[in-house]
Design a protein around this ligand. Structure first.
Ligand SMILES: [Fe+2]
Length: 271
């Protein structure tokens, strides 16, 4: 059984026109997350805009207080594979791979598999691929699903969490045409078949939560809103999850912390 504040869910997507503000919000969020003392923190990708080493270095600096394999997990976003070269040399993994596979690395393939608490397994999938131009479609390969199945069978977790960047829900026409998760209905079924209890995603900049069910299986899906994107109609936020596996029907308490510019802090509530 596991009952604790266990996960803060952060999406660092920022706006390249207002990078300084994004960085300030990210540093503030990290400070407040440290104060909340989560057992684990997950970042759902898009650490960068153009997959530049300088952007990854800045992200590493911002995340320094959390920078530990046991405390922090990451998945790559489409912006982190923005160029063919950075994808080819696995630049994202050079900076963040130890947060996925440990030190020394237990693997170099996705999904990363981490036991983050007794009986709680986190599967870190890669939905991101290098694609030219404005295309940012996501998909998760059959190999990754097969490796996840083998891990779940071996570990037999009480609670399994799948994390990847691309969202599973339908969004606006432009994203549907250029950047949706491909084969998402098939993927939902594969995750249900794996026995996944919780899916955590990024990509969409708004927080959302819903349940996917089929037959006698269901899983909670939570999309983390952007913590650093402060554009019209968007309030920066992060999500905190409390997990209590003693209550299998409702094991999760979901809290959203939104940025209040008047107080210059994140506080619980939707803004
Ligand atoms: Fe994205």
């Amino acid at each position: 059984m596991f009952t604790k504040r266990f996960l803060a869910l952060v999406n660092l997507k920022t706006n390249r026109k207002d990078a300084a503000r994004g960085e300030r919000l990210a540093r503030l969020a990290v400070r407040q997350i440290m104060d909340l003392q989560p057992d684990h923190v997950l970042l759902t990708g898009d650490f960068s805009n153009m997959a530049l080493a300088s952007e990854f270095e800045l992200a590493r600096d911002v995340l320094a207080p959390l920078w530990d394999h046991k405390r922090l997990s990451v998945v790559p976003g489409n912006h982190d594979y923005y160029t063919r070269d950075s994808t080819r040399i696995r630049l994202f993994e050079r900076y963040f791979g130890h947060l996925i596979w440990g030190v020394p690395p237990n693997s170099s393939t996705y999904p990363g598999i981490k036991t983050i608490a007794p009986g709680v397994v986190l599967l870190l999938f890669r939905s991101t691929h290098y694609l030219p131009g404005i295309l940012s479609f996501g998909w998760i390969s059959r190999d990754q699903i097969d490796r996840a199945r083998a891990a779940v069978n071996a570990l037999n977790p009480e609670f399994a969490i799948a994390a990847f960047h691309h969202n599973l829900h339908k969004r606006g026409l432009m994203v549907e045409l250029t950047g949706r998760m491909l084969y998402r209905e098939q993927l939902k079924q594969q995750l249900l078949d794996l026995g996944v209890n919780l899916v955590l995603t990024g990509h969409d900049h708004h927080h959302l939560e819903y349940v996917v069910s089929h037959g006698n299986r269901s899983m909670q899906v939570i999309g983390s809103g952007s913590t650093t994107l402060a554009t019209k109609g968007h309030i920066p936020n992060f999500t905190v999850l409390d997990l209590d596996t003693k209550h299998p029907k409702k094991p999760l308490q979901i809290k959203v912390f939104s940025y209040d510019p008047a107080k210059d802090e994140f506080h619980e509530g939707n803004g």
